[in-house]
Design a protein around this ligand. Structure first.
Ligand code: ADP
Length: 735
């Protein structure tokens, strides 16, 4: 879903927008905008204050960097991290854009040089931390030059409601007064409405344009695994990504050391990173990761802030993070370049206990921290689409029922036989324990544990003692969490005691059957990575040899490898295999400066490889495939097809296959596409279908939300999707 650079309607800023498009193509080598980039750039060009909320990797930087190149004067960019500034400036220089940073790491002479360049009108962007900007000296320098715009990166740092409040950001309040007439643009990946409003208020923005993108990261594949054997599970993930960059997060420094050492012994190129290492070692290890001397960094969460590496292909959490916000941020470091990446969270019930102890020991925000922990605990133990759950947490929802990019939606988990019976045994045990005990204890009773506590309390004489003894404690514990996740039981009190909900009582009466899953051993190893669209037509051997060349250049120049060329660019090169300057410049992400700096080296390498392998060059340019939700059939979906053909309703199919209706709706979409069905009437009544078609005529079918809104939220998403899908089949187009 990207807006083609040349397909924009003309508007009041058409001339300048054309200039921006031209710069984006020439300097960055991009041929399309990511969602909301065009709108954000339009605000900048129109001089209207804005708050732009896009997820990590959404492409916020381009929103101010590109227009800054076309506007008179210098753009002031406020950024909280000095460590990040150098990489950003390096990346801009690599694209031939005159930019500089100004901070405490510069010598007096270097600072003077930056000021001189700015006064001579030679800089298009100046990056500063708030401390460097908010000084009388800097104000007087900036007031003597033309400031084109002020961009505030990581703007949530100004809000005490955000997760990363920085008091020095509060000083930015004065900018509106100090620079009257200069528009302020705030950029953040923090989604909550409260933070967004607070940013606008704190900065005194004037009628700002609020642009809030979708927080879904369709290129990230989420997989959750119960920890069983730990290290072997980590190796499994790493082996799915040979020679690719990955981050492995551990909760403690000791775990970092142990895991890094064990991986090294097995021959993986890895380095540890945690706050206990001296600053030199940390820097060395970080640089080795950025220049791709090592593939894997094993780290505590101390690693990552200020790391922009765009081609991290996987992030493994070896323990539960402390909150969903933290998880979103840490896992979000994968796949910033928009290409497919895996986020694997390996957790156990014990992690919750560990966090609780840590929270108790710390003296800040006990209740908030416990609530956040409960959020991630629920996420781990709820069997619904992971993308959907994450989005819901941030107040958004997924337009489709099946994300095609998580273990739940890809059917990598097995249904438990007789879920009703299992659930009744668990809930009865909660009742027998008089709703006074937590999940761990209840699971112990159900599995017939000889734990002293159980014997002392006489719970070994309960009728439910040992009812599930053929299963492991971990499995039963997990089922309990699944029941909590499905609102059949709930936790209360300081010790998370369990009590039965109204829905749980219906389960006990046999009136409601919850869904209980366990890992499907066979499908566990399957991964979406087997046929991602972004690898289509790419010669893997050539890609690897271009990676080697990139690594060599990055090491020589001392810059991160992704700054030389991103993975998307290398894949496109290995797909098109250009032989001339002209065709090289058509590669995604290659601008004039990069051609001048590296063109000949890469052309020579491509030519050599193609000659050796007898490969055709200058392969006709195809559209660069964007990672997207491509329908993929899984075994359960195929089983559902004959039932749809036999005219069964969604509810009937769900009942027959013991799947949730939302899952079955996903199968139905695949069925409609596979069979090219154009008539929605078996599933949607005629009047509703007509209304949906009229709404599509009015607002288009690019996204479902506008259609839903247009229909006054009266028609469920699933029905809209069925009609839209049938319409697409009729028109023979895809949106
Ligand atoms: P954010 O700051 O929102 O996390 P960045 O600005 O770092 O994201 O951009 C993430 C990645 O996306 C970078 O590698 C950047 O070059 C790339 N990118 C940004 N805009 C586009 C675009 N229009 N087309 C292709 N790649 C883009």
């Amino acid at each position: 879903m990207s807006a083609a650079l040349d397909s924009s309607p003309t508007n009041q800023s058409a001339a300048t927008m054309d200039a921006v498009r031209d710069v984006v193509r020439r300097q960055w080598g991009f041929t399309s905008f990511r969602p909301l980039q065009k709108e954000a750039i339009e605000s900048v060009l129109a001089g209207r204050d804005s708050v732009v909320v896009l997820p990590t990797g959404g492409g916020k930087s381009l929103c101010f960097q590109a227009p800054a190149c076309c506007m008179d004067g210098v753009a002031v960019v406020v950024s909280p991290l000095i460590a990040l500034m150098k990489d950003q400036i390096d990346a801009l220089h690599e694209n031939g854009i005159p930019a500089a940073f100004f901070n405490s790491t510069l010598s007096w002479n270097e600072k003077k040089d930056v000021v001189d360049q700015m006064r001579a009108g030679k800089l298009k962007l100046l990056y500063l931390a708030p401390e460097s900007l908010l000084t009388d000296e800097m104000f007087s320098v900036l007031q003597s030059v033309q400031v084109s715009l002020i961009a505030i990166d990581e703007a949530h740092c100004i809000s005490s409601w955000g997760h990363d409040f920085r008091p020095e950001y509060r000083g930015l309040k004065v900018l509106k007064k100090r620079f009257p007439g200069v528009a302020l643009h705030a950029y953040t990946a923090t989604a909550t409405e409260r933070v967004r409003q607070d940013i606008a208020t704190q900065l005194s923005l004037e009628e700002p344009e609020m642009l809030v993108g979708s927080f879904d990261r369709p290129n990230l594949f989420y997989r959750l695994e119960q920890r069983c054997g730990g290290f072997g599970q980590i190796v499994e993930v790493v082996d799915r990504h040979p020679n690719e960059s990955g981050i492995i997060y551990c909760i403690t420094r000791k775990d970092v050391e142990k895991t890094a050492a064990a991986l090294k012994t097995l021959g993986y190129r890895t380095a540890p990173y945690h706050a206990g290492l001296d600053a030199r070692t940390r820097k060395k290890n970080q640089e080795a990761f950025l220049t791709e001397q090592v593939d894997i960094i094993v780290a505590t969460v101390a690693f990552g802030m200020g790391i922009d590496k765009s081609n991290v292909r996987y992030v493994v959490h070896t323990g539960m993070p402390k909150s969903l916000e933290a998880y979103q941020q840490e896992s979000g470091r994968a796949g910033r370049d928009g290409l497919e990446a895996e986020c694997c969270l390996i957790y156990s019930a014990g992690d919750v206990m560990r966090w609780k102890q840590l929270i108790k020991q710390s003296d800040t925000g006990y209740e908030q921290a416990m609530a956040a922990l409960d959020g991630i605990d629920r996420f781990c133990n709820t069997l619904r689409c992971r993308h959907q759950l994450l989005l819901e947490h941030f107040g958004q929802s997924l337009d489709q029922s099946d994300c095609q990019a998580c273990d739940v939606c890809l059917g990598q988990l097995d249904e438990v036989d007789e879920p009703l019976v299992v659930a009744q045994k668990i809930l009865s045990c909660i009742a027998r324990l008089e709703q006074q005990f937590g999940g761990d204890y209840t699971a112990q009773v159900l599995t017939g544990s000889q734990d002293k506590r159980i014997l002392v309390k006489g719970h070994d004489s309960l009728s439910t003692y040992g009812l599930l003894s053929e299963h492991s404690h971990r499995t039963v514990r997990n089922w309990i969490e699944q029941l909590v996740g499905q609102n059949c039981a709930e936790k209360y009190g300081e010790y998370n005691q369990l009590q039965i909900t109204e829905l749980g009582r219906q389960v006990l009466r046999g009136k409601h059957t919850p869904q209980l899953l366990q890992p499907a051993p066979e499908s566990k190893k399957s991964s979406r990575k087997s046929d991602p669209a972004s690898w289509e037509g790419v010669d893997r051997g050539l890609f690897e040899s271009l990676r080697d060349l990139r690594k060599q250049i990055a090491t020589e120049k001392g810059v991160p490898a992704y700054i030389v060329f991103g993975d998307a660019t290398l894949r496109d090169m290995a797909r098109r295999r250009p032989s001339t300057q002209e065709s090289f410049l058509e590669t995604h992400g290659v601008g004039q400066k990069k051609w001048a700096d590296y063109g000949n080296q890469f052309l020579a390498s491509i030519t050599d490889y193609c000659q050796q392998q007898g490969l055709a060059m200058d392969v006709a340019p195809t559209e660069t495939p964007q990672p997207q939700r491509t329908p993929k059939l899984n075994a359960s979906a195929i089983v559902a097809f004959p039932l749809f053909k036999a005219g069964k309703s969604i509810a009937e199919v769900a009942q027959q296959l013991s799947r949730a209706e939302s899952t079955v709706c996903g199968y139905l979409q695949q069925f409609i596409q596979q069979e090219e069905i154009t008539d929605p009437s078996p599933w949607v009544d005629t009047a509703t279908a007509t209304r949906v078609r009229e709404a599509i005529d009015a607002v288009g079918n690019e996204r479902l939300k506008p259609i839903f809104d247009h229909l006054a939220e009266e028609v469920p998403y699933e029905q809209i999707r069925i009609v839209a899908n049938c319409l697409q089949q009729a028109l023979g187009t895809s949106c």
